[in-house]
Design a protein around this ligand. Structure first.
Ligand SMILES: Nc1ncnc2c1ncn2[C@@H]1O[C@H](COP(=O)(O)OP(=O)(O)OP(=O)(O)O)[C@@H](O)[C@H]1O
Length: 599
């Protein structure tokens, strides 16, 4: 179990998303005053530990801290409560209420679509949560079934909207640099896809997509590539599925308007959905049915939608401003940053700033280039900056691809660092070879004298040594053989020379006297076939001596009965063979000459 701050212990992972991993965790001790919920020791909570690249980015840490007050005060029966924010070293974490139940995405996958009434009532509660957050100036921007948890306590399913504020963190420069995706193609509003100014109406569009998915099991614009999906959001009108009642379709169609100003506010959406739910049930009265059919009149647009900064990467404080600017609770407080910083020497480890994360004057510091708290204008997008759509597309592609691909010099690639046989060195370097041979095991020396597999002089770092002696024995300064080292085959091969030959090598053990390389022959002149002739002569000699011994020491001489000595007997055998061969030659000559035929 890993501690988070001094107050929490991570127990087991519950799931993993694009921005981090959510853990089931336990409270160790009561949190400090800066936490929204102090909690009790032993209480179970959910903790979203944000990805390291988020936590290591000073901009994001500052934004996280600046929005702390917004996130912590965002309370609603249908919003997963953020209890505490922990910043500790390289760790950023949101402590939330633990919701016992699946998320809506999983529920849909396992149970199929909802009935129209159930879908309407469930979405109405989500709209309630949006209405509360929009009133507080907070736009979710990543509304989708996966971000709706179903609280199943008490035998009923209560939708709980989660991940508020995460989209804004993900939108900051640090994450944009790593091509993370903010939003999900199937739920992205047309204005977000196009890079137009966004408002809280993007959440209404998301709610319309979500409602459609609850009714049909899939979002209206899905399938194909992410680019195609985004294109469909921009150009295609959704079609009413036959199973969707007409009043409900009126609501969906209004939520999915391409023009954000034509979408209803969250408040009117919630009200409209309840009216529809009442009018499409089997027990609905005619008045309820009438009211449902006239739902269009209820879906009034939001007169003052909460704004979203246009340019990803801008730490725009207007994003945390409440709609009712000037109200004490919601007004942007230029001192917000100082208000979330603990006093120096604060005892609570959960509220301390990470070391070096808020460098004075750094990009994340108030007054720094990336986060000017006094600015109220959204920054203007640079003309040559990538279009938000491009960024989102790249991120969508890379979403599940955490591996960073970068060029690696093969010489530096440990996987490619293999022994490479080199061309023999030029003759003038031959005198060096015997010493290099002796870096191999002694038993290999005879087999390899003609195959110098060693580095050419111009590449001293690529010396190949068949056995794997320790690195220090390959330093250029050390050419002495170390036969005892060859008894260590378990050592890792080291095929590269150290890159700094000027460095003093480690003190080697006392070297043995170098042995002369073993030569196959002392005779420098090579006569082809000489070896074979010598072998034959030796063989004849052996036969002669063996025959003599047998002739003299065994009864063979008596059996043959010639009475001759060994030498005489051999001489007579030789004469007999010569006569026989001569006779054959004569016979062949006489039969081949003219007139020699038999009469
Ligand atoms: N407060 C919570 N209580 C219980 N489970 C939670 C809680 N918050 C999230 N989870 C679970 O953790 C998992 C991961 O959540 P997370 O929000 O990271 O996923 P996501 O929404 O798919 O990712 P993202 O929004 O980053 O793209 C989800 O399956 C969700 O069910």
């Amino acid at each position: 179990m890993r501690p988070v701050g001094s107050k929490y212990l991570l127990e087991e992972p519950l799931g993993r998303g694009a921005t981090g991993t959510v853990w089931r965790a336990r409270q160790r001790e009561t949190a400090g005053a800066e936490a929204a919920v102090a909690g009790q020791p032993g209480e179970t909570v959910a903790i979203k530990v944000l990805k390291e690249e988020l936590a290591q980015d000073a901009d994001i840490v500052m934004r996280f801290l600046r929005e702390r007050s917004v996130l912590l005060r965002l309370t609603h029966p249908n919003i997963v409560r953020t209890r505490d924010l922990v910043v500790e070293g390289d760790l950023l974490a949101l402590v939330m209420d633990l919701i016992e139940g699946p998320d809506l995405h999983r529920y849909l996958r396992e149970n199929g679509p909802f009935t129209p009434v159930a879908a309407s009532l469930l979405t109405a509660q989500i709209a309630d949560a949006l209405a509360a957050s929009h009133a507080d100036g907070v736009v979710h921007r990543d509304l989708k079934p996966a971000n709706v948890l179903l609280d199943e306590r008490g035998g009923q399913m209560k939708p709980m909207l989660t991940d508020f504020g995460i989209a804004r963190l993900a939108d900051s420069p640090g994450l944009t640099r790593t091509h993370e995706f903010v939003g999900t193609p199937a739920y992205v509003a047309p204005e977000s896809a196009e890079g137009r100014p966004q408002t809280s109406a993007v959440d209404i569009y998301g709610a319309g997509i979500l409602l459609y998915e609850l009714l049909t099991g899939r979002p209206p614009f899905a399938g194909g590539t992410a680019l195609e999906v985004l294109h469909r959001h921009l150009s295609e009108e959704p079609q009413r599925p036959s199973t969707v009642p007409e009043p409900l379709w009126t609501v969906i169609e209004r939520c999915l308007r391409k023009e954000p100003n034509e979408r209803p506010s969250a408040v009117s959406l919630a009200r409209g959905l309840r009216v529809v739910a009442a009018g499409i049930g089997v027990h609905s009265t005619s008045a309820e049915v009438e009211a449902a059919l006239g739902v269009g009149a209820l879906l009034a647009p939001d007169p003052s939608p909460a704004p979203v900064p246009q340019t990803p990467g801008a730490a725009d404080p207007t994003q945390v401003l409440p709609a009712g600017a000037g109200s004490p609770a919601g007004a942007y407080d230029p001192n917000a940053m100082t208000s979330v910083m603990p006093p120096v020497g604060a005892a609570d480890a959960t509220s301390v700033l990470p070391t070096g994360s808020a460098r004075p004057g750094g990009p994340g510091e108030a007054g720094g280039p990336g986060a000017d708290p006094t600015s109220v204008m959204p920054p203007v997008q640079q003309p040559d900056a990538p279009h938000p759509w491009q960024t989102q597309m790249a991120a969508a592609r890379d979403r599940n691809e955490q591996t960073q691909i970068q060029y690696l010099d093969p010489e530096d690639d440990p996987l490619r660092r293999r022994p490479r046989r080199q061309a023999p060195p030029p003759p003038q370097h031959r005198p060096q070879q015997p010493q290099q041979y002796r870096q191999g095991p002694p038993q290999q020396q005879p087999q390899q004298p003609q195959q110098p597999q060693y580095r050419p002089p111009q590449q001293p770092q690529q010396q190949y040594a068949p056995p794997p002696p320790p690195p220090q024995h390959y330093q250029p300064q050390q050419r002495q053989p170390q036969p005892q080292q060859y008894q260590q085959p378990q050592q890792q091969p080291q095929y590269r020379q150290p890159q700094q030959p000027q460095q003093a090598p480690p003190q080697p053990p006392a070297p043995r006297e170098p042995r002369e390389p073993r030569r196959r022959s002392a005779n420098p002149v090579r006569i082809p076939g000489l070896g074979c002739l010598k072998g034959c002569l030796v063989l004849i000699l052996v036969f002669f001596v063996a025959g003599w011994l047998i002739w003299e020491l065994t009864p063979l001489q008596e059996w043959v009965g010639t009475g001759k000595g060994w030498w005489d007997q051999v001489w007579s055998w030789g004469s007999g063979v010569v006569d026989w061969v001569t006779g054959i030659g004569d016979a062949a000559g006489s039969s081949g000459s003219p007139g020699s035929g038999t009469p």
